[in-house]
Design a protein around this ligand. Structure first.
Ligand code: SF4
Ligand code: SF4
Ligand code: FES
Length: 313
């Protein structure tokens, strides 16, 4: 069957931005997007640039936008795409600078991975003796070690789109992977390093990284685990950590979320932050998002308080 594949092309020597080009090729049921690209390059236009290596969803090098979603070209069936979208439009990974055609600059991705010290740090040069059964370690890893470094999660990340310094889902999943490695001797220092700006508290939990990851690493879930560990290890002073601890306190005490009191508790002792919150507080009040602090609590609040009391037993 003859199909049309649209590719967003970009040549840095002649183009100012990407532009679509249509290619007609013969495709069968077994044709993947990667096979289609190879066919186009071999038979129609040898200047087409893309990355690929293993052709088996292992190396992570052929991640691209396929009909608007981050996917591995070697794992994506042309016909399934046609069934779902009625077209095949291929482009370079979103949120990344394009070098040529479908090849993007992965330097920011690697920089973030390097920033979390992606290897075991231990003074012990002997072959380490595991002190825990391997099965327990495997369970604790929660698939964080399955990452193939494809970059799909970073490309889909809302926080990264807004702030390019955010460490991002893949690097934070990697940070979790070493957090649970019993051989590592700097686990507390690792947690400490993730508390500031651009660390674990800057994820907005949009879930996109979970949706696009081809290896089910579920980066956002690893970030949530890092947050939990941080609070359990006493890292409770960041605004993000306080949002969780004070949120729990307010709902436990009042049986409702009190948006007037919560920001005050979160920023208590930090005058600068408190002043920063004032315009937002006024906006929330004007839009009815902050409860009147003197109003009667809503019906059912006692039941919620009881649930919280029961939870602590
Ligand atoms: S859940 Fe967090 S890390 Fe994942 S894509 Fe959204 S903002 Fe980024
Ligand atoms: S976490 Fe998943 S999406 Fe992100 S780089 Fe690793 S394999 Fe790719
Ligand atoms: S070519 Fe290696 S993951 Fe697709």
């Amino acid at each position: 069957m003859r199909i049309t594949v649209t590719i967003q092309r970009f040549n840095p020597e002649t183009d100012v931005k990407t532009h679509p080009v249509d290619y007609c090729i013969e495709a069968g049921r077994e044709t993947t997007v990667l096979l289609a690209l190879i066919k186009i390059k071999e038979e129609i236009d040898g200047t087409l640039s893309f990355r690929a290596s293993c052709r088996a969803a292992i190396c992570g090098s052929d991640l691209m936008m396929i009909n608007g979603i981050q996917k591995l070209a070697c794992k994506t069936s042309i016909f399934e795409e046609l069934d779902h979208h009625g077209k095949i439009v291929i482009g370079p990974m979103a949120n990344m600078s394009v070098i040529k055609d479908l090849v993007v600059d992965m330097d920011p991705f690697w920089k973030k991975i390097r920033a979390v010290t992606p290897y075991v740090v231990s003074q012990n040069t002997d072959q380490p003796t595991p002190t825990e059964p391997l099965k327990n370690i495997q369970e604790a890893l929660q698939n964080a070690d399955a990452c193939i470094m494809c970059g799909a999660c970073l490309s889909a990340c809302n926080s990264f789109e807004v702030s390019s310094d955010f460490l991002g889902p893949a690097a934070l999943a990697k940070a979790y992977r070493f957090q649970v490695d019993p051989r590592d001797e700097i686990r507390r220092e690792r947690l400490d390093a993730l508390q500031g700006n651009n660390g674990i508290w800057d994820c907005v939990r949009c879930v996109y990284c979970v949706q696009v990851c081809p290896k089910d690493v579920e980066p956002m879930e690893q970030i949530v685990r890092l947050r939990k560990r941080s609070i359990e290890s006493g890292f409770t002073q960041s605004i993000g950590a306080k949002h969780i601890t004070e949120f729990e306190k307010v709902v436990g005490e009042e049986g409702r979320l009190n948006e007037t009191r919560l920001p005050l508790l979160m920023t208590w002792g930090n005058l600068g932050k408190m002043i920063q919150m004032i315009p937002l507080g006024i906006k929330m009040l004007l839009h009815g998002k902050s409860p009147n602090p003197f109003a009667k609590p809503p019906e059912g609040h006692e039941a919620v308080r009881e649930i919280f009391k029961g939870r602590k037993k």
